[in-house]
Design a protein around this ligand. Structure first.
Ligand code: EPZ
Length: 431
Protein backbone atom coordinates (compact mmCIF):
# COMPACT_ATOMS: atom_id res chain seq x y z
CA UNK A 1 0.00 0.00 0.00
CA UNK A 2 1.32 3.41 -0.94
CA UNK A 3 1.98 6.21 1.53
CA UNK A 4 2.24 9.95 1.04
CA UNK A 5 5.06 11.90 2.65
CA UNK A 6 4.70 15.61 3.21
CA UNK A 7 7.15 18.09 4.66
CA UNK A 8 5.16 21.07 5.89
CA UNK A 9 5.88 24.76 5.79
CA UNK A 10 5.83 25.65 2.07
CA UNK A 11 3.42 28.24 0.73
CA UNK A 12 1.55 27.32 -2.44
CA UNK A 13 1.60 29.24 -5.69
CA UNK A 14 0.59 28.45 -9.25
CA UNK A 15 -2.49 26.82 -10.70
CA UNK A 16 -4.33 23.56 -10.19
CA UNK A 17 -6.60 22.02 -12.85
CA UNK A 18 -9.85 20.83 -11.27
CA UNK A 19 -11.04 17.42 -12.46
CA UNK A 20 -14.54 16.28 -13.29
CA UNK A 21 -16.67 15.46 -10.25
CA UNK A 22 -16.43 11.89 -8.99
CA UNK A 23 -19.89 12.12 -7.47
CA UNK A 24 -21.38 13.15 -10.81
CA UNK A 25 -19.35 10.71 -12.91
CA UNK A 26 -20.54 7.69 -10.91
CA UNK A 27 -24.32 8.19 -11.33
CA UNK A 28 -23.78 9.28 -14.96
CA UNK A 29 -21.93 6.04 -15.67
CA UNK A 30 -24.72 4.07 -13.98
CA UNK A 31 -27.31 5.88 -16.11
CA UNK A 32 -25.77 4.25 -19.19
CA UNK A 33 -27.62 1.07 -18.11
CA UNK A 34 -30.86 2.80 -19.12
CA UNK A 35 -30.18 2.67 -22.87
CA UNK A 36 -28.91 0.18 -25.47
CA UNK A 37 -27.16 3.09 -27.19
CA UNK A 38 -23.74 4.54 -26.37
CA UNK A 39 -23.28 7.17 -23.68
CA UNK A 40 -20.07 9.17 -23.98
CA UNK A 41 -18.88 11.02 -20.90
CA UNK A 42 -16.12 13.61 -21.08
CA UNK A 43 -14.04 15.03 -18.23
CA UNK A 44 -14.28 11.82 -16.21
CA UNK A 45 -11.74 11.86 -13.37
CA UNK A 46 -9.07 9.12 -13.37
CA UNK A 47 -9.91 7.57 -10.03
CA UNK A 48 -10.00 4.09 -8.58
CA UNK A 49 -13.77 4.43 -7.95
CA UNK A 50 -14.32 5.05 -11.66
CA UNK A 51 -12.25 2.00 -12.60
CA UNK A 52 -14.15 -0.10 -10.06
CA UNK A 53 -17.49 1.05 -11.45
CA UNK A 54 -16.31 0.16 -14.95
CA UNK A 55 -15.76 -3.38 -13.65
CA UNK A 56 -19.15 -3.45 -11.92
CA UNK A 57 -20.93 -2.26 -15.06
CA UNK A 58 -18.90 -4.73 -17.09
CA UNK A 59 -20.38 -7.48 -14.94
CA UNK A 60 -23.86 -6.42 -16.14
CA UNK A 61 -22.66 -6.54 -19.76
CA UNK A 62 -21.79 -2.89 -20.29
CA UNK A 63 -18.91 -2.37 -22.68
CA UNK A 64 -16.93 0.41 -20.98
CA UNK A 65 -13.74 1.90 -22.33
CA UNK A 66 -11.62 4.98 -21.78
CA UNK A 67 -9.86 6.00 -24.97
CA UNK A 68 -10.35 2.45 -26.20
CA UNK A 69 -8.91 0.81 -23.09
CA UNK A 70 -10.89 -1.40 -20.72
CA UNK A 71 -10.56 -1.55 -16.94
CA UNK A 72 -7.73 -3.86 -15.92
CA UNK A 73 -5.63 -3.06 -18.97
CA UNK A 74 -2.54 -0.91 -18.70
CA UNK A 75 -2.76 2.54 -17.15
CA UNK A 76 -5.74 4.56 -18.32
CA UNK A 77 -4.82 8.12 -19.17
CA UNK A 78 -7.79 9.57 -21.05
CA UNK A 79 -10.83 11.24 -19.58
CA UNK A 80 -13.49 10.33 -22.15
CA UNK A 81 -15.37 7.18 -21.36
CA UNK A 82 -17.70 5.30 -23.70
CA UNK A 83 -20.36 3.11 -22.18
CA UNK A 84 -22.53 0.81 -24.21
CA UNK A 85 -25.18 -1.31 -22.50
CA UNK A 86 -26.48 -2.82 -25.75
CA UNK A 87 -27.11 -6.13 -24.03
CA UNK A 88 -27.53 -6.54 -20.29
CA UNK A 89 -26.35 -10.03 -19.51
CA UNK A 90 -26.76 -10.07 -15.74
CA UNK A 91 -29.06 -8.10 -13.43
CA UNK A 92 -27.24 -9.16 -10.26
CA UNK A 93 -24.74 -6.88 -8.54
CA UNK A 94 -22.82 -9.13 -6.14
CA UNK A 95 -21.71 -8.36 -2.59
CA UNK A 96 -18.00 -8.58 -3.48
CA UNK A 97 -18.39 -5.56 -5.76
CA UNK A 98 -21.14 -3.48 -4.09
CA UNK A 99 -19.45 -3.69 -0.69
CA UNK A 100 -16.39 -1.94 -2.17
CA UNK A 101 -18.36 1.11 -3.27
CA UNK A 102 -21.74 2.10 -1.87
CA UNK A 103 -22.78 4.12 -4.92
CA UNK A 104 -22.87 0.93 -6.99
CA UNK A 105 -26.13 0.06 -5.18
CA UNK A 106 -27.73 2.70 -7.41
CA UNK A 107 -27.59 0.25 -10.38
CA UNK A 108 -30.79 -1.16 -8.92
CA UNK A 109 -32.80 1.71 -10.43
CA UNK A 110 -31.84 1.50 -14.11
CA UNK A 111 -31.81 -2.31 -13.99
CA UNK A 112 -35.36 -2.61 -12.67
CA UNK A 113 -36.54 0.26 -14.89
CA UNK A 114 -35.17 -1.25 -18.11
CA UNK A 115 -35.09 -4.99 -17.38
CA UNK A 116 -37.97 -5.32 -14.89
CA UNK A 117 -35.71 -7.01 -12.37
CA UNK A 118 -32.57 -6.50 -10.31
CA UNK A 119 -30.78 -8.32 -7.53
CA UNK A 120 -28.36 -5.99 -5.83
CA UNK A 121 -26.38 -6.63 -2.68
CA UNK A 122 -27.13 -4.31 0.24
CA UNK A 123 -24.00 -2.20 0.66
CA UNK A 124 -23.44 -2.84 4.35
CA UNK A 125 -21.67 -0.63 6.87
CA UNK A 126 -19.32 2.18 6.10
CA UNK A 127 -16.72 4.19 7.98
CA UNK A 128 -18.74 7.40 8.13
CA UNK A 129 -21.97 5.95 9.50
CA UNK A 130 -24.68 3.36 9.00
CA UNK A 131 -25.86 4.88 5.69
CA UNK A 132 -29.04 2.88 5.11
CA UNK A 133 -30.76 2.49 1.71
CA UNK A 134 -34.34 2.44 3.03
CA UNK A 135 -35.25 5.65 1.20
CA UNK A 136 -33.91 4.35 -2.10
CA UNK A 137 -36.04 1.24 -1.70
CA UNK A 138 -39.05 3.36 -0.72
CA UNK A 139 -38.64 5.43 -3.89
CA UNK A 140 -38.60 2.36 -6.12
CA UNK A 141 -41.63 0.89 -4.32
CA UNK A 142 -43.55 4.12 -4.92
CA UNK A 143 -42.96 3.52 -8.63
CA UNK A 144 -44.42 0.03 -8.41
CA UNK A 145 -41.34 -2.12 -7.88
CA UNK A 146 -41.79 -5.05 -5.51
CA UNK A 147 -38.71 -5.39 -3.34
CA UNK A 148 -37.77 -8.27 -1.04
CA UNK A 149 -34.67 -8.56 1.05
CA UNK A 150 -33.17 -12.01 0.52
CA UNK A 151 -29.83 -13.21 1.89
CA UNK A 152 -28.35 -9.73 2.02
CA UNK A 153 -29.68 -8.74 -1.39
CA UNK A 154 -32.41 -6.32 -2.41
CA UNK A 155 -34.41 -8.22 -5.02
CA UNK A 156 -36.53 -5.86 -7.11
CA UNK A 157 -39.09 -6.78 -9.71
CA UNK A 158 -41.50 -4.91 -11.94
CA UNK A 159 -42.46 -7.42 -14.64
CA UNK A 160 -44.87 -4.99 -16.29
CA UNK A 161 -42.56 -2.01 -15.96
CA UNK A 162 -42.55 0.85 -13.44
CA UNK A 163 -45.34 3.40 -13.23
CA UNK A 164 -45.10 7.05 -12.20
CA UNK A 165 -45.91 8.00 -8.63
CA UNK A 166 -45.32 10.52 -5.89
CA UNK A 167 -42.08 10.17 -3.92
CA UNK A 168 -41.78 12.32 -0.80
CA UNK A 169 -38.35 12.02 0.82
CA UNK A 170 -38.54 12.58 4.60
CA UNK A 171 -34.92 13.72 4.50
CA UNK A 172 -32.74 14.98 1.70
CA UNK A 173 -30.83 12.14 0.06
CA UNK A 174 -28.54 12.48 -2.93
CA UNK A 175 -28.51 8.76 -3.70
CA UNK A 176 -32.27 8.58 -3.19
CA UNK A 177 -32.81 11.39 -5.68
CA UNK A 178 -30.44 9.80 -8.25
CA UNK A 179 -32.29 6.50 -7.83
CA UNK A 180 -35.72 8.07 -8.15
CA UNK A 181 -34.67 9.97 -11.28
CA UNK A 182 -33.16 6.94 -13.00
CA UNK A 183 -36.25 4.87 -12.25
CA UNK A 184 -38.81 7.53 -13.14
CA UNK A 185 -37.43 8.35 -16.59
CA UNK A 186 -38.58 4.95 -17.92
CA UNK A 187 -41.74 4.66 -15.78
CA UNK A 188 -45.21 4.98 -17.35
CA UNK A 189 -46.73 8.37 -16.54
CA UNK A 190 -45.72 11.21 -14.26
CA UNK A 191 -43.48 11.06 -11.20
CA UNK A 192 -43.19 13.86 -8.68
CA UNK A 193 -40.15 13.84 -6.39
CA UNK A 194 -40.63 16.04 -3.31
CA UNK A 195 -37.82 17.21 -1.01
CA UNK A 196 -35.36 16.21 -3.73
CA UNK A 197 -31.62 16.77 -3.26
CA UNK A 198 -30.53 19.99 -4.99
CA UNK A 199 -26.85 19.07 -5.32
CA UNK A 200 -25.17 20.08 -8.61
CA UNK A 201 -24.49 16.38 -9.26
CA UNK A 202 -28.26 15.74 -9.35
CA UNK A 203 -28.62 18.52 -11.91
CA UNK A 204 -25.76 17.05 -13.95
CA UNK A 205 -27.44 13.64 -13.99
CA UNK A 206 -30.76 15.20 -14.99
CA UNK A 207 -29.07 17.20 -17.78
CA UNK A 208 -27.53 14.04 -19.23
CA UNK A 209 -30.79 12.10 -18.92
CA UNK A 210 -32.56 14.91 -20.82
CA UNK A 211 -29.93 14.62 -23.59
CA UNK A 212 -30.77 10.90 -23.67
CA UNK A 213 -34.43 11.79 -24.30
CA UNK A 214 -35.83 11.93 -20.75
CA UNK A 215 -38.44 14.53 -19.79
CA UNK A 216 -37.43 16.14 -16.49
CA UNK A 217 -38.29 19.50 -14.96
CA UNK A 218 -37.17 21.12 -11.75
CA UNK A 219 -33.79 19.42 -11.19
CA UNK A 220 -31.89 21.66 -8.78
CA UNK A 221 -35.08 22.53 -6.90
CA UNK A 222 -36.91 20.65 -4.14
CA UNK A 223 -39.55 19.37 -6.56
CA UNK A 224 -38.64 17.39 -9.64
CA UNK A 225 -41.26 16.28 -12.14
CA UNK A 226 -40.54 13.46 -14.57
CA UNK A 227 -42.71 12.37 -17.52
CA UNK A 228 -41.72 8.81 -18.30
CA UNK A 229 -40.72 7.81 -21.83
CA UNK A 230 -40.66 4.34 -23.36
CA UNK A 231 -36.96 4.31 -24.23
CA UNK A 232 -33.83 6.42 -24.03
CA UNK A 233 -31.02 6.94 -26.53
CA UNK A 234 -27.32 7.70 -26.37
CA UNK A 235 -25.77 11.05 -25.47
CA UNK A 236 -22.49 12.89 -25.12
CA UNK A 237 -22.07 14.75 -21.85
CA UNK A 238 -19.27 16.61 -20.05
CA UNK A 239 -19.06 15.87 -16.32
CA UNK A 240 -19.27 19.03 -14.22
CA UNK A 241 -16.22 20.21 -12.21
CA UNK A 242 -15.59 18.62 -8.82
CA UNK A 243 -16.77 21.11 -6.19
CA UNK A 244 -15.28 19.06 -3.36
CA UNK A 245 -11.86 18.92 -5.02
CA UNK A 246 -12.18 22.68 -5.61
CA UNK A 247 -13.00 23.34 -1.96
CA UNK A 248 -10.26 21.01 -0.77
CA UNK A 249 -7.52 22.87 -2.66
CA UNK A 250 -9.00 26.21 -1.63
CA UNK A 251 -8.65 25.08 1.98
CA UNK A 252 -5.13 23.82 1.35
CA UNK A 253 -4.15 27.30 0.14
CA UNK A 254 -5.91 28.90 3.12
CA UNK A 255 -3.92 26.59 5.39
CA UNK A 256 -0.48 26.85 3.77
CA UNK A 257 -0.78 30.44 2.58
CA UNK A 258 0.00 31.51 -0.98
CA UNK A 259 -1.75 32.35 -4.22
CA UNK A 260 -3.27 29.65 -6.42
CA UNK A 261 -5.80 29.69 -9.23
CA UNK A 262 -8.12 26.71 -9.47
CA UNK A 263 -8.85 26.22 -13.16
CA UNK A 264 -11.89 24.74 -14.84
CA UNK A 265 -14.24 25.18 -11.90
CA UNK A 266 -17.02 27.53 -10.79
CA UNK A 267 -17.56 29.38 -7.51
CA UNK A 268 -21.32 28.85 -7.75
CA UNK A 269 -20.83 25.13 -7.17
CA UNK A 270 -19.58 25.77 -3.61
CA UNK A 271 -20.57 29.29 -2.67
CA UNK A 272 -21.39 28.43 0.95
CA UNK A 273 -17.93 26.97 1.51
CA UNK A 274 -16.20 29.87 -0.23
CA UNK A 275 -18.18 32.36 1.89
CA UNK A 276 -16.95 30.58 5.02
CA UNK A 277 -13.37 30.60 3.72
CA UNK A 278 -13.59 34.32 3.04
CA UNK A 279 -14.59 34.84 6.69
CA UNK A 280 -11.43 33.00 7.78
CA UNK A 281 -9.38 35.73 6.09
CA UNK A 282 -8.79 34.01 2.75
CA UNK A 283 -9.27 36.07 -0.40
CA UNK A 284 -11.39 34.45 -3.07
CA UNK A 285 -11.91 36.03 -6.47
CA UNK A 286 -13.45 34.77 -9.71
CA UNK A 287 -11.19 34.33 -12.74
CA UNK A 288 -12.37 33.83 -16.34
CA UNK A 289 -11.82 30.06 -15.98
CA UNK A 290 -12.15 29.39 -12.27
CA UNK A 291 -11.30 30.96 -8.96
CA UNK A 292 -8.21 32.47 -7.36
CA UNK A 293 -7.45 31.76 -3.70
CA UNK A 294 -4.97 33.83 -1.70
CA UNK A 295 -3.84 34.11 1.86
CA UNK A 296 -0.88 36.27 2.70
CA UNK A 297 0.08 34.78 6.04
CA UNK A 298 -2.24 36.84 8.19
CA UNK A 299 -4.09 35.10 11.00
CA UNK A 300 -6.69 32.41 10.29
CA UNK A 301 -9.97 33.62 11.78
CA UNK A 302 -12.10 30.92 13.47
CA UNK A 303 -15.53 30.41 11.89
CA UNK A 304 -18.40 28.16 13.06
CA UNK A 305 -19.86 25.80 10.49
CA UNK A 306 -22.81 23.40 10.25
CA UNK A 307 -22.95 20.87 7.43
CA UNK A 308 -26.16 20.87 5.39
CA UNK A 309 -27.50 19.57 2.11
CA UNK A 310 -26.77 21.80 -0.92
CA UNK A 311 -26.69 24.79 -1.08
CA UNK A 312 -25.37 24.65 2.51
CA UNK A 313 -21.84 23.84 3.63
CA UNK A 314 -21.10 20.29 2.32
CA UNK A 315 -20.34 17.40 4.64
CA UNK A 316 -17.68 16.36 2.12
CA UNK A 317 -15.66 19.48 3.08
CA UNK A 318 -16.15 19.22 6.84
CA UNK A 319 -12.91 17.32 7.57
CA UNK A 320 -10.83 19.65 5.39
CA UNK A 321 -12.30 22.72 7.09
CA UNK A 322 -11.62 21.22 10.49
CA UNK A 323 -7.96 20.81 9.49
CA UNK A 324 -7.84 24.51 8.67
CA UNK A 325 -9.50 25.46 11.96
CA UNK A 326 -6.83 23.58 13.94
CA UNK A 327 -4.54 26.53 13.09
CA UNK A 328 -7.10 29.32 13.63
CA UNK A 329 -6.48 31.95 16.25
CA UNK A 330 -9.35 31.03 18.50
CA UNK A 331 -12.06 28.41 18.85
CA UNK A 332 -14.50 27.20 16.20
CA UNK A 333 -17.49 24.89 16.46
CA UNK A 334 -18.16 22.45 13.63
CA UNK A 335 -21.47 20.60 13.59
CA UNK A 336 -21.95 17.53 11.36
CA UNK A 337 -25.63 16.98 10.61
CA UNK A 338 -25.49 14.62 7.60
CA UNK A 339 -23.56 11.57 8.84
CA UNK A 340 -23.45 10.47 12.46
CA UNK A 341 -19.90 9.18 12.53
CA UNK A 342 -17.95 11.52 10.29
CA UNK A 343 -15.33 12.60 12.82
CA UNK A 344 -12.79 9.81 12.23
CA UNK A 345 -10.16 12.40 11.30
CA UNK A 346 -10.28 13.94 14.77
CA UNK A 347 -8.02 11.35 16.38
CA UNK A 348 -5.54 11.55 13.53
CA UNK A 349 -5.49 15.37 13.55
CA UNK A 350 -4.81 15.11 17.29
CA UNK A 351 -1.66 13.11 16.46
CA UNK A 352 -0.42 16.23 14.67
CA UNK A 353 -1.10 18.33 17.77
CA UNK A 354 -4.65 19.54 17.07
CA UNK A 355 -6.93 20.25 20.04
CA UNK A 356 -10.43 19.04 19.25
CA UNK A 357 -13.18 18.06 21.69
CA UNK A 358 -16.12 15.99 20.47
CA UNK A 359 -19.61 16.28 21.90
CA UNK A 360 -22.12 14.27 19.87
CA UNK A 361 -22.43 15.87 16.46
CA UNK A 362 -20.32 18.86 17.52
CA UNK A 363 -16.55 19.28 17.29
CA UNK A 364 -15.04 22.16 19.22
CA UNK A 365 -11.70 23.05 17.66
CA UNK A 366 -9.28 25.14 19.63
CA UNK A 367 -6.67 26.57 17.27
CA UNK A 368 -3.05 25.87 18.18
CA UNK A 369 0.03 27.96 17.27
CA UNK A 370 1.72 25.03 15.51
CA UNK A 371 1.11 21.47 14.34
CA UNK A 372 3.90 18.88 14.29
CA UNK A 373 4.35 16.18 11.64
CA UNK A 374 3.67 12.55 12.57
CA UNK A 375 2.68 9.26 10.95
CA UNK A 376 -1.10 9.23 10.46
CA UNK A 377 -3.66 6.86 8.98
CA UNK A 378 -6.24 7.66 6.31
CA UNK A 379 -9.71 6.37 7.29
CA UNK A 380 -12.00 7.58 4.53
CA UNK A 381 -11.66 9.71 1.45
CA UNK A 382 -12.33 13.19 2.82
CA UNK A 383 -10.78 12.44 6.22
CA UNK A 384 -7.53 11.46 4.51
CA UNK A 385 -7.25 14.66 2.56
CA UNK A 386 -7.82 16.65 5.75
CA UNK A 387 -4.63 15.05 7.05
CA UNK A 388 -2.79 16.19 3.93
CA UNK A 389 -4.04 19.75 4.49
CA UNK A 390 -2.93 19.69 8.11
CA UNK A 391 0.44 18.25 7.11
CA UNK A 392 1.04 21.14 4.69
CA UNK A 393 1.17 23.47 7.68
CA UNK A 394 2.79 21.10 10.19
CA UNK A 395 6.42 21.39 11.20
CA UNK A 396 8.52 18.54 9.81
CA UNK A 397 7.44 15.33 8.15
CA UNK A 398 4.03 13.65 8.04
CA UNK A 399 3.48 10.27 6.43
CA UNK A 400 -0.13 9.44 5.54
CA UNK A 401 -0.75 5.69 5.45
CA UNK A 402 -3.52 3.84 3.56
CA UNK A 403 -3.68 6.38 0.77
CA UNK A 404 -5.88 4.12 -1.33
CA UNK A 405 -8.70 6.11 0.27
CA UNK A 406 -7.29 9.25 -1.36
CA UNK A 407 -6.97 7.55 -4.73
CA UNK A 408 -10.72 6.90 -4.70
CA UNK A 409 -11.49 10.58 -4.99
CA UNK A 410 -8.50 12.81 -5.73
CA UNK A 411 -6.86 12.61 -9.13
CA UNK A 412 -3.09 13.10 -8.99
CA UNK A 413 -3.21 14.85 -5.63
CA UNK A 414 0.52 14.81 -5.04
CA UNK A 415 1.27 16.10 -8.55
CA UNK A 416 -1.27 18.91 -8.29
CA UNK A 417 -0.01 20.10 -4.90
CA UNK A 418 3.64 19.44 -5.78
CA UNK A 419 3.37 21.66 -8.87
CA UNK A 420 2.37 24.53 -6.55
CA UNK A 421 5.43 24.12 -4.35
CA UNK A 422 4.27 21.64 -1.72
CA UNK A 423 6.90 19.13 -0.61
CA UNK A 424 4.84 16.02 -1.18
CA UNK A 425 5.71 12.62 -2.61
CA UNK A 426 4.20 9.20 -2.95
CA UNK A 427 6.14 6.33 -1.43
CA UNK A 428 5.28 3.05 -3.11
CA UNK A 429 4.68 -0.17 -1.26
CA UNK A 430 4.03 -1.00 2.40
CA UNK A 431 6.41 -0.03 5.16
C1 EPZ B 1 -23.62 11.16 -1.49
O1 EPZ B 1 -23.76 10.01 -0.70
C2 EPZ B 1 -22.13 11.30 -1.77
N1 EPZ B 1 -21.66 10.11 -2.48
C3 EPZ B 1 -21.36 11.47 -0.46
O2 EPZ B 1 -20.01 11.67 -0.76
C4 EPZ B 1 -21.90 12.70 0.25
O3 EPZ B 1 -21.26 12.83 1.51
C5 EPZ B 1 -23.41 12.56 0.46
O4 EPZ B 1 -24.07 12.33 -0.81
C6 EPZ B 1 -24.05 13.79 1.10
O5 EPZ B 1 -23.78 14.92 0.30
C7 EPZ B 1 -21.78 10.05 -3.81
O6 EPZ B 1 -22.32 10.93 -4.47
C8 EPZ B 1 -21.17 8.88 -4.49
P1 EPZ B 1 -27.23 10.70 1.04
P2 EPZ B 1 -25.20 9.37 -0.46
O7 EPZ B 1 -28.16 9.65 0.58
O8 EPZ B 1 -26.05 9.61 -1.65
C9 EPZ B 1 -29.38 9.22 5.08
C10 EPZ B 1 -17.69 11.20 -0.70
O9 EPZ B 1 -16.81 11.34 0.17
N2 EPZ B 1 -30.06 8.20 4.28
O10 EPZ B 1 -27.44 12.10 0.58
O11 EPZ B 1 -25.00 7.99 0.00
C11 EPZ B 1 -27.87 8.97 5.16
O12 EPZ B 1 -27.57 8.00 6.13
C12 EPZ B 1 -19.06 10.66 -0.34
O13 EPZ B 1 -17.51 11.47 -1.91
C13 EPZ B 1 -31.02 7.43 4.88
O14 EPZ B 1 -31.33 7.56 6.08
O15 EPZ B 1 -25.72 10.27 0.76
C14 EPZ B 1 -27.36 10.35 5.48
O16 EPZ B 1 -27.52 10.59 6.84
C15 EPZ B 1 -19.16 10.26 1.10
N3 EPZ B 1 -31.65 6.47 4.13
C16 EPZ B 1 -28.31 11.25 4.70
O17 EPZ B 1 -29.47 10.46 4.44
C17 EPZ B 1 -31.36 6.29 2.82
O18 EPZ B 1 -31.97 5.41 2.20
C18 EPZ B 1 -27.77 11.78 3.38
O19 EPZ B 1 -27.23 10.69 2.64
C19 EPZ B 1 -30.39 7.10 2.21
C20 EPZ B 1 -29.74 8.05 2.97
Amino acid sequence: MDRIRIVGGQTLSGSIPISGAKNAALPLMIASLLTPETVILENVPRLSDVRLLMRILGNHGVDASIDGKRAGQSEITGDTIRLSAAGIVDTTAPYELVSKMRASFWVIAPLVARMGQARVSLPGGCAIGTRPVDLLIMALEKLGAVIDIDAGYAVASAPNGLRGGEIVFPKVTVGGTHTALMAAVLARGTTVIENAAREPEVVDLADCLVKMGARIEGAGSERIIVEGVTSLGGARHRVLPDRIETGTYAMAVAMAGGDVTLDGTRAGLLQAALDVLAKTGTQITDTPDGIRVRRDGGRIVPVDVTTEPFPGFPTDLQAQFMALMTRAQGTSRIRETIFENRFMHVQELARLGARIRLDGDLAVVEGVPALKGAPVMATDLRASVSLVIAALAAEGETVVHRVYHLDRGFEQLERKLGACGAMIERLSGEK
